[in-house]
Design a protein around this ligand. Structure first.
Ligand code: GDD
Ligand code: GTP
Length: 424
């Protein structure tokens, strides 16, 4: 059998996802009508040999309860469990901590998925490559522009054999534009020994850590002996993958399909668009049928109320019980549960938070970012601002008010025009 792990992180993370993560843990935020990790489960469900899935993170136990309940009935072939780390153990620390559970039933292969990425998750293709090459690890890779590459894990591979020759996490200078998508497949009998030797290397030569340069250095490689907790943090990327490139049968499966990270709140907009387009291509019956006022793809929750004269799309998701009144225009946006868009309002490149109200003739708008961009900030008048306008929970935009490139914290009332601001 094969198993899958989704790394969901915890509440101290996702700070860049504010203000949306103030009200819902990022993995459960809805894009294209479903929680971010629902899209992972859908892909996992398409691998016939997977029957067990673990969400590993350090959110409280109750956080995923309803989601797991709902998903278990939606994906009856999958047993889904949440395994809670008592503290952040790093991307490989949780895997190691829960190794007994993961290895139960003797899985041959284990998929590991970062929860904060959006892509088509070509898991069956990765599994096929692993079998062809008798691989100990397969990483999903994608090509990005040279200036974006150093924000990710970078892969140097042999173009012919697809073998990973080198792996460097967020290198200081350019080494490759093939990057780590945050989706892996490991042979069970290679993964855990690799983690074990990483731990051993560290205990043998703890000082090595002080020579490494990495943004997470301080929190990850605590050399302080009293701080035994911190020393349990193990990072898949820095501690395991680089070593696998040197010593193991490690291959890369390069996807030509879409891929994006979901880090900032604004990055939910490209993710929403990409998943909606995927649903459109696959002929999903969840999407609103096209009509003169619906430019596909558009998702409208069955309980939402959209006036027939409102014009929606492309790339719009309307959440449960939201209302969109006559003559409103919504494009490239997410309107969350219970939000109200009053008549003739215009919402473009924006996220309208739970229960927020956009007044009549108001304009709430962001700025489109280039399709190839992996960045949701733009430079306006020499200043970095958020490309996507975001209203947190229960905000109110007055009638005829214009809001441009703003991030608005929950419960704010906007009575005057605002641009390029964070409203706290
Ligand atoms: N369970 C658990 N415990 N999960 C964690 C922890 C932890 O201590 N720390 C991070 N995660 C989860 C996050 O929720 C996320 O899904 C994933 O692990 C990776 O998060 P980060 O550690 O913040 O890494 P990153 O997103 O900056 O970079 C990673 O992903 C990129 C692709 O999106 C790296 O793998 C890069 O190489 C890669 O390019
Ligand atoms: P399409 O290209 O088919 O979408 O035609 P369109 O004329 O609707 O243009 P588009 O929606 O791409 O452009 C959006 C702009 O149109 C916004 O900046 C609005 O100013 C304006 N707009 C269009 N329809 C409405 C509407 O019903 N209400 C309001 N308030 N603005 C609208």
């Amino acid at each position: 059998p094969t198993k899958a792990v989704i790394l969901v992180g915890g509440s101290s993370r996702g700070t860049r996802f504010r203000p949306l993560s103030l009200d819902v843990p990022k993995p459960l935020f809805d894009v294209a009508g479903h929680p971010i990790i629902w899209h992972c489960l859908t892909a996992i469900n398409k691998v016939p040999s997977i029957h067990e899935v673990y969400l590993i993170g350090y959110y409280e136990e109750s956080v995923f309860r309803d989601f797991i309940k709902d998903s278990s009935s939606e994906f009856p072939n999958l047993s889904i469990k949440y395994l809670r780390e008592y503290q952040a153990l790093g991307t490989a620390g949780g895997l190691y901590h829960f190794r007994d559970a993961i290895l139960k039933g003797r899985p041959e292969h284990i998929f590991v998925l970062n929860s904060d990425v959006c892509c088509s998750f070509p898991l069956n293709e990765m599994l096929k490559l692993a079998q062809e090459k008798d691989a100990e690890a397969v990483i999903l890779g994608t090509r990005v522009s040279e200036d974006a590459a150093t924000n990710f894990g970078c892969i140097v591979s042999d173009a012919h054999t697809r073998r990973v020759l080198h792996y460097v996490e967020k290198p200081e200078s350019h080494i490759s534009n093939l990057i780590n998508c945050g989706v892996y497949l490991f042979a069970a009998d290679a993964l855990f020994p690799s983690i074990r030797s990483a731990i051993k290397r560290r205990t043998d030569r703890p000082r090595l850590a002080s020579h490494r340069s990495s943004e997470n250095l301080a929190s990850s490689f605590m050399i302080d002996d009293d701080d035994t907790e911190k020393s349990e943090v193990i990072r898949l990327e820095q501690d395991i993958l680089s070593d696998m490139a040197d010593n193991k049968q490690f291959f890369v499966y390069e996807t030509k399909d879409f891929w994006r990270q979901i880090k900032t709140a604004g990055s939910a907009i490209p993710a929403n668009a990409l998943y909606l387009q995927k649903a459109l291509q696959s002929g999903s019956n969840e999407l609103a049928p096209p009509s003169p006022n619906i430019i596909p793809p558009v998702y409208i929750h069955p309980t939402a109320q959209v006036h027939p004269t409102a014009k929606l799309g492309p790339n719009v998701s309307i959440g449960p019980r939201a209302t969109v009144d006559a003559g409103a225009r919504v494009k490239e946006s997410i309107v969350l549960e219970d939000a109200e868009i009053k008549h003739d309002a215009c919402v473009l490149y924006s996220i309208i938070g739970w229960g927020s109200r956009v007044g009549a003739w108001a304009r709430v708008e962001g700025t489109p970012t280039p399709v190839t961009s992996h960045n949701t900030t733009i430079v306006k008048n020499g200043v970095k601002v958020q490309a996507i306008t975001i209203l947190g929970k229960e905000c109110a935009v007055g009638d005829e008010v214009r809001v441009q490139n703003c991030v608005c914290l929950p419960f704010k009332e906007l009575k005057r025009d605002v641009a390029n601001e964070v409203i706290m």
